[in-house]
Ligand binder design. Structure first.
Ligand SMILES: [Zn+2]
Ligand SMILES: [Zn+2]
Length: 297
């Protein structure tokens, strides 16, 4: 992706007000607040709507929807699926899908079982090396760190891993436990549940730099619905370039603060979509929910 000059029609210039923050996390993945408290924070910030997009789980959505109904905040069901594409880590956001979809639930349950098995394998390896890392140690983090990578980060943070060798051992064991969807599979899963699939933070710093236009075009050909243009990792010029690319490919533009409730996070609702973008997303979801999906898409 070549970063275009900031055009006079810049996507960011004189942007209308944010009505929905479409990227937030709760204690069901690596966020700091339980779903009800996240929704209460949105209500306190006078944010009309938000999507709860925990990593690889939908378990927090019922609580969030319930709180939204109570507090007058529109809560959009969401998820952030861990996938890969073309040798890159690739996060796919899903929006407005139907809760209780058997295919999506089964895929998430399988991923969660794989993660648990990998964690157990890692513990066993560490025990064989003489470390007293127990199930209780893990339970202290389980509520906040549901996926192996997060669990590992928590353990490093708390100095439960004593050496590089321990780290390598555990990493090897956990590697097999990470979700292994391709981005195309993640998109298909979200579509099958009647949802809208969006490429998360394509400009986030990674080993291979921002997602290039050709890669995003390939994902669009596999059914991708939108690009997350507004994200804390995107400088204005990058956001503008991705907005232009979305227009070129006929994709929706979305955004959010990727709020985890950490001290350095931007304010909840400081990034998101305006009323027009939110309406376009919901319109796409309505067409998807009504249409039978192509199982090979
Ligand atoms: Zn992400
Ligand atoms: Zn996120």
């Amino acid at each position: 992706l070549t970063i275009a000059n900031v055009a006079p029609h810049s996507a960011l210039r004189a942007r209308p007000a944010v009505v929905a923050d479409l990227h937030t996390h709760t204690t069901y993945s690596d966020g700091r607040l339980p779903p009800a408290e996240l929704v209460a924070a949105a209500a306190a910030a006078r944010l009309p709507a938000l999507a709860v997009t925990d990593h690889d789980v939908v378990s927090g959505l019922a609580e969030a929807l319930d709180a939204g109904a109570r507090l007058g905040v529109e809560v959009l069901p969401g998820i952030e699926l861990s996938a890969h594409w073309d040798g890159r880590v690739c996060h796919i956001l899903g929006y407005a899908f139907t809760l209780g979809n058997p295919a999506l639930d089964a895929a998430l349950a399988a991923a969660s079982a794989r993660a648990r098995a990998a964690t157990a394998r890692g513990l066993e390896l560490l025990r064989a090396r003489g470390h007293a890392l127990t199930a209780e140690d893990l339970d202290r983090y389980r509520a906040r760190y549901r996926t192996p990578t997060m669990l590992l980060l928590a353990m490093v943070q708390r100095r439960l891993l004593r050496s590089r060798d321990d780290l390598r051992t555990l990493l090897l064991a956990l590697r097999g436990g990470a979700p292994s969807w391709t981005a195309a599979e993640a998109i298909a899963l979200i579509h099958r549940a009647g949802g809208v699939a969006v490429l998360a933070h394509p400009g986030r710093r990674g080993r291979r730099g921002p997602f290039p236009a050709a890669t995003i075009a390939a994902l669009a050909a596999r059914g991708l619905d939108g690009i997350e243009v507004y994200h804390p990792a995107h400088a204005d010029d990058l956001a503008t370039a991705y907005a232009d690319l979305a227009a070129e490919l006929g994709l929706l533009t979305t955004g959010g603060s990727d709020w985890h409730g950490r001290a350095h996070d931007p304010a909840l609702g400081s990034l998101g979509v305006d009323a027009h973008q939110f309406a376009a997303l919901r319109a796409r979801a309505r067409t998807r929910a009504g249409a039978p999906t192509n199982p090979t898409s």
